[in-house]
Design a protein around this ligand. Structure first.
Ligand code: SF4
Ligand code: SF4
Length: 202
């Protein structure tokens, strides 16, 4: 058709007409909110209380865009011979200008401190503002969707079994302390052993 005069125009108009009759796939964002799946990888939320500063996420991040600072603190445990040490999180930040949303950090965290949230509206005019510190990462937590319901045919979760066992166990009651008249009193208790007799003087 390219050899015929006006063939190109007719071809172009044909494409236009064909496209006009098809359903549009564009979303009119921001006027219309996109209907995203609940497990979309929008932003990573931090549950600070669960973080033990094990550094696994920062080590495994392929982009090195997780920054963690911490210090050690002594905790006195009643009954322990020595005070224990625990890590205290000072800084946890993710640079979303570098993050490639691979999800490795969320997968490797052994303490369930990182979660995906479908929120995505955090574009910035300044690239440096895409560095989210721990307070901002924590603010995403309420937007994390609840976990899917447990499969009714699957085995119950370990936590549920443990909780059910605890609930079923008879409540431990403190043994009654012997009173001054009902039990053996101090007089009947064995006293300290008598010291060994001194050897006879020669
Ligand atoms: S999603 Fe991937 S790139 Fe982004 S912070 Fe986590 S591990 Fe790093
Ligand atoms: S892997 Fe989890 S617990 Fe360990 S430092 Fe990262 S967020 Fe904290």
């Amino acid at each position: 058709m390219s050899g015929v005069p006006g063939g190109g125009l007719a071809k172009g108009l044909a494409v236009t007409l064909k496209t006009m009759t098809k359903r549009a796939h564009t979303h009119q964002y921001p006027d219309v909110e996109p209907d995203l799946p609940p497990r979309s990888r929008g932003v990573i939320a931090l549950l600070e209380e669960n973080c033990t500063v094990c550094m696994l996420c920062a080590r495994e991040c392929p982009d090195w865009c997780i920054y963690i600072d911490s210090h050690k603190e002594e905790v006195v445990v009643p009954g322990a011979a020595r005070p224990r040490q625990r890590n205290v999180l000072d800084r946890f930040a993710i640079d979303y200008s570098l993050c490639m949303y691979c999800g490795i950090c969320v997968e490797v965290c052994p303490f369930d401190a990182l979660y995906w949230s479908p929120e995505f509206e955090y574009a910035e005019y300044d690239l440096r503002d895409l560095l989210h510190e721990k307070d901002r990462l924590g603010e995403w937590m309420p937007t994390v969707p609840a976990p899917p319901a447990h499969d009714p045919n699957g085995e119950p979760a370990k936590e549920e079994t443990t909780a059910a066992k605890k609930a079923a166990a008879p409540a431990r009651t403190a043994a009654p302390r012997p009173g001054p008249t009902s039990g053996p009193g101090p007089a009947s208790r064995p006293g300290p052993a008598a010291p060994p007799a001194a050897p006879p003087a020669e």
